[in-house]
Design a binder for this molecule. Structure first.
Ligand SMILES: [Zn+2]
Length: 255
């Protein structure tokens, strides 16, 4: 029963994240007007706006003009619901769980917006940083000193990379949005899980970058948004970061 409520809540929030993903980069209000089809502008009545189910029932097309609806909508909703369930499995119904789902919602929204537009909006990175700075006073898992130093330290290191790329290689290898995103990550994850998150992000980014260079014949200057990888790394590290570190520590001791 509790699990079902958590999943339904995740679906509803996922549906809202889709609205933010669509409207925030366009500078539109995320609350008003109500949902409408981007093609024919027809309003979407609530019974055609039920997460995942409506997409399946309408077979991925607008109820009015039959234009295809992006697969992004059910994917974000389904993944959000799964993430809420996973958080509930790890942290139960707790303050940690509430702030974890807020963090995950930010990660999902940032990843999809960065994939579509190559930007990480300040409203999410800096807004999220302000929220998690406030939470750092109460966070039972990470001390405030750890949170603040990790966030600021990572932002400093990443701005170093940013200016290095800009001055030396004359390209924006990293956007300044990435700098603000690692600030947000550090403020919530603390140093240990932040290090794991950035390592996983760099490693997966490198793999995907190599894949594009080898199989898609892209050169070294092609741009790959880093936000989705930072999101992926943070997501994995939020749940398993400390285990991964302990496991690496055991490997190192066994040598
Ligand atoms: Zn339509």
């Amino acid at each position: 029963m509790e699990a079902a409520l958590v999943v339904v809540f995740g679906l509803i929030i996922g549906s809202f994240l889709n609205v933010v993903i669509h409207r925030l980069p366009l500078g539109e209000n995320v609350v008003f007007p109500p949902s409408h089809c981007p093609h024919c502008r027809a309003n979407i009545p609530f019974y055609y706006n039920i997460p995942v189910c409506s997409y399946l029932f309408l077979r991925g097309r607008c109820h009015s003009c039959r234009s295809p609806i992006s697969i992004q909508y059910p994917l974000v909703e389904g993944f959000c619901a799964f993430s809420f369930w996973l958080t509930w499995q790890f942290f139960g119904l707790s303050t940690t769980a509430i702030f974890s789902v807020v963090f995950i919602s930010l990660l999902i929204t940032l990843a999809v917006i960065d994939l579509k537009h190559m930007i990480l909006p300040d409203e999410l990175t800096l807004g999220g940083s302000a929220l998690f700075f406030t939470y750092s006073f109460f966070n039972p898992a990470v001390s405030q000193l750890d949170a603040v130093l990790s966030g600021l330290g990572a932002a400093l290191v990443f701005s170093g990379f940013f200016y290095f790329y800009l001055k030396v290689r004359k390209i924006e290898g990293l956007g300044f949005g990435d700098v603000k995103m690692v600030l947000l990550m550090g403020l919530f994850l603390g140093l240990q899980r932040l290090v794991v998150a950035i390592f996983l992000a760099s490693f997966s980014g490198l793999l995907v970058g190599l894949f594009f260079m080898v199989f898609k014949k892209k050169n070294l200057k092609f741009a790959l948004p880093f936000g989705p990888f930072l999101s992926l790394g943070s997501y994995v590290s939020l749940f398993w970061g400390n285990d991964i570190l302990a496991w690496l520590g055991t490997l190192w001791l066994l040598k």
